[in-house]
Structure formats: C-alpha cells, structure tokens
Design a protein around this ligand. Sequence first.
Ligand SMILES: [Zn+2]
Length: 640
Amino acid sequence: MRRVLLALSLLGALAHAVAAAEPIRLSVDLREAPQHVFHARETIPVTPGPLALRYAKWLPGEHAPNGPVVDLAGLRIRAGKQLLAWERDPVDTWLLRVVVPAGVSRLEISLDYLAPSGGEGFSGAPPASARVAVLAWNTVLLYPDGARAPELAIEPALELPAGWEAATALRIAEKRGHRIQYAPVSLETLVDSPVATGAHYRAIPLAAPSGAPEHVLHLLADGEAALAAKPETLAAYARLVPEAYALFGAHHYGRYDFLLTLSDHVAHFGLEHHESSDNRLPERSFLEEPLVLAGSSLLPHEFVHSWNAKYRRPSGLATRDFSTPMVGDLLWVYEGLTSYLGDVLTARSGLVTPEQARDTLALQAAGLAHTKGREWRPLVDTARDAQHAYAARWEGSSWRRGVDFYDEGVMLWLEVDALIRTKTRGAKTLDDFCKAFFGPPDGGPEVRPYTRAELVAALNAVAANDWEAFFRKRVDELRPGAPLEGIEAAGWKLVYSEEPNALVDAYSSQPDAGTDLRFSLGAFLSAESRIADVVPGSPLDDAGVGVGAELVAVNARAFSPEVLADALAAAKKDGAKIELLVKNADFFTTHTVAYRGGERHAHLARDEAKPDLLSQILAPRTWTPKPEEQKKNTEQGGAQ
Ligand SMILES: [Zn+2]
C-alpha cells in the first residue's frame, strides 16, 4: 500500500530535502509550562497564494482524531509586519486557511498550546506539573497541509525553564544555557520524538547485547527522592533489553530512549515511538512496592511497540500524514500482541514473579468473563471503534465493551503461542514468529505495513494451520463467555478465591484508584465511592443498583472498602444480609443484595492433565533467577 523506505535511503532523502528546500523552523518555549502554557514560534517557507495550514489530527499510537486543536490559542500569522487574516475550514476544523500575499516567501507564526491541568487521555491530556513537562511537538505545530510527514523537514528548538533538563530521541545540534537546538528531522520523526523535561533528572544507561545500539532510561520527576530507584528494580529493567533482543533478534532504531515522567499531576499512560517511548507514571512508581508492580509492564509494552507498531504496522494504521483517517481493524495485533509480548517480557525480565504474571493473566481473563458486551459485539468491532472506545466513560463498560483488543489480544496470542508449540511438537514457538515477522535485519527507523493476509502467511510459515479460520472465529465472530482457550491450552485454569490478586492490590495502591468488585457483587466503584459500572445480571444489578449512584452505607454503617469487605465475609460465613444505602442524584434508596459468595479474586490454577506451557513461555532466556524465585514458582505448580 505504501512505499517501503529503508532507513538509510530515508535519511539520504531527508538530507537532500534539507539541502534543497528550506526547513520549517520551530522554536518552543517551555518556561511557562508550570503555568500550563507552551509558547511556540514558527517560520514556514511559502509561495504566494492560498495556503492551508494543518494542525495534526490523527495521531499515531492514539488511533483516533485526537489532535488537541481545542487548546490552540493566541494564533498570529504574519508576513513581515503584516498580520494575515485566517479562516478555519468549516468541515475539517484542524485546517486553517490563509492567503500568502505576493512577494512573500516566509510566514512567521506564533501560537500557544494551553496544556490542560486536569482530565485524562493521551498527548492532549495533562503534560505538565510545576516541575516536569512533556512536549509532544504536534501540539505546538502548524504545517502545510498535504505534506507527507516523512518528507517535510523541520528544525526544532527548545527553551527550558532555568535548572531543567530535557530527554528525547532527537539529536542535539547545539546547546546554549537552557536553549537547545536539535538537528533537522522530518515531520514524521519530529512527531515521533517527544521531549520529557523536568527539574529532577537521572539518566540510567541500560546494558545491551554486544553490537546493539545505546539504550538509556531517563527519569524525570516532581521530586529528587523519586529518582532513587531500588537496585533490584533497576536490575530488572536492565534485563528488559537483552530479553527483547532474545525475542526479536534485531532492532529497528539508531538508539532507544525510555522517557519516564514520574508525577502525580500528569496524565498516566505510555505512547510508543520508533526510538523512544513517552511513559508517565505516578511519582513514587520506582520507589514503593505496590506502585513498582502496578507500573511494571508499561515500559516493556511500549518497548515492544518499536517492533510491533512502529516497524511493522497494519496498513490501515500506517497513514503517515496525520490527516488521513486510520482503520483500527488489526489493533488486536498492534495492541493485543504487544500486550501479550509486553507481559511476557515483563516476566522474563524479572519485573514480576511468575506468580504475579499469572495473577495478571487471571485478572485479564476474569475481566473479559464479566464483560457482557461479548454477547452482542465481536472483538473486531471494538478495534474498528477504537477512535471512540478510548474516550468512552467507564460507566456501562461491561455492556458496551471497551478497548478489549488489549486483554483479549493477550488471551488470543497466548493461544496462538500454545498452538504453535503443540502443532510443532515443541520445535517452534511464537518467538520464532517474532523473529521472522519483526526481526532481522538490524536497521534504523522504518515502516513496513502489513495486511491480515500477510500476518496469516507469516504464521503459516512457522506452523501450518488454518490461521484465517482461527482468527475468524476468535476475532470476527460473537464469542459470549470467557475466552479461556489460551490459558487452558497453556496448562492452567481460571479460578476464583478469597486470596487477594497481586495486581488488583497493586492497582488499588495507585492515586485515585477505585474498588474492583466485578467478580463478586458485580460492580466497579470509583475512588469517590460512585458506582462506576455494574455488570448486567450481577447481584448488584439484580438488586436494582445502577451506575452513577453513590454507595453511602453498608448495613447502616458509612461505606468504606473495609466495611464492605467485612459485610461480604459475614454474609458468606453465616448468611448475614447485605443492605446498601445508595444515593442516586437527590434520592436515597435501600437495596438488599442476595449474595453469599464473599470476596472473589481471580487466579490461575495448574491443570496437571496438560503440559505447563505457560511456565516455559514466561521463563527468562538470558539469565537465571535466584533459587528462591524458582522455589516460589515450583510451589505454585509452575515448575519447568
Ligand atoms: Zn500499546
């Protein structure tokens, strides 16, 4: 569908473009980032006549028309001293039209990006606190519409607040005080290269196999203390790079920078790029154990994306101009396989124990088992609808479905992994597919789009099977109930018990975490004790409690997660009643819940009738865990 450019020929073409045509000069001033205003000035070479200027609309990795044009403010377009009138396109509102006067060869543009201080989302969500700021260049940039992103040259510069440092995959051309001039890059590389900045900074080089390029973990935090990661945490992150190389067998970047912003005041997410990833976690995520665990799979996930997303990309998502709508049909590969491989690498690196890895799988499986929307909506429809699904309210998510291509992708690719192992009698694994599809030869950033047919052919080359029929059943058709085939094929079963799930505990330690009762009463409570979702057909649904209401009291005592847990335990033990006082808008109602099952947490239990493929999948490839880890694994029934 699109021309495949080798990295070297791309660099050559770009160097030529820079030499032949004057680049856009973009200078961003972050000195007022703590006040949530990013200032930008641009010089754009132009020719006289009508000109359409674009603000990036469809953002790679966000799978949606998310470009935050609503926060573009203070726009001034000048030709010399003359202020030009501009007009927004009435339909494509990310497009601004001006007429360049005769004799004018450059426009000077000044604009502000009003960085939000609250709310959720991705690059349009809170990017700054008083001590850190992450710059996504697309938020401060207008460029001639119709330009192909790999071919338009831009020369970026950045002014930082006094005492701040910056980390990015961009190469520095010159640094003077707090002003950094970066080497010219294509528009595509610029948008692919965010800058994480902050007052507290630590760079940690990560060892890589010999011959591999440099990998650096950059921590930027609201406080100096947050940078003091424990040696064992850093040791596990250091194992991530060799484990990824053992999986893929090659790299597709010139250098890799993990940008990690640690702040309770920025939006928390990860966004993938070819040569870096923009990771944002709560401030103490490298310090305190429950938070370390809660954030453990983020960097592995975004790192895997350098291969599965940036290098190999579904053709419907490989648009490369920020204006062509994206087609998300293959997000169960782009995100689903990345989730699976990210979780596998998290375990192989020792960022989680095998038991914690199984609790992660169990939580994902149980979440899908309690997603009633599976009865009306196939997985592929959630992928096609991704442009809305990310922004959907939590309310109604069990019946609506959400971005299920992540967790169901994990189940799906675990089954593929198990099937390859079984069909080839252990001779081949999904690792072999990863090397064939994402691996050699080594090189710099490159995009190689693929179709579903090409994916199926590549799987067939590893293990002969009717993979198209397999995906039709798993992805395209309705599948009510839990998708447990992968877990079962790997030698385990989904079970529920009162034992806490390690990941649920870790997630509940995060700021603003809610209470997950989906597998018992059938609800998710927000941190403000509002009913954020009710599973249709669950005990709470049967009792007439709906979303949006506030849980005020349990058995006449003011609600807290502990009071509710005690009531669940008493009801299980001796059949005591569970009576809830609920405030729905201005009205209070009492609901008796017919539930005696106690707390229910998801876990995996070993199925001794089958070989334990899961433990083989999760086992490290490049190091040997300490004996106590192996012992723990054996006790859980997961011996090699
Ligand atoms: Zn992802």
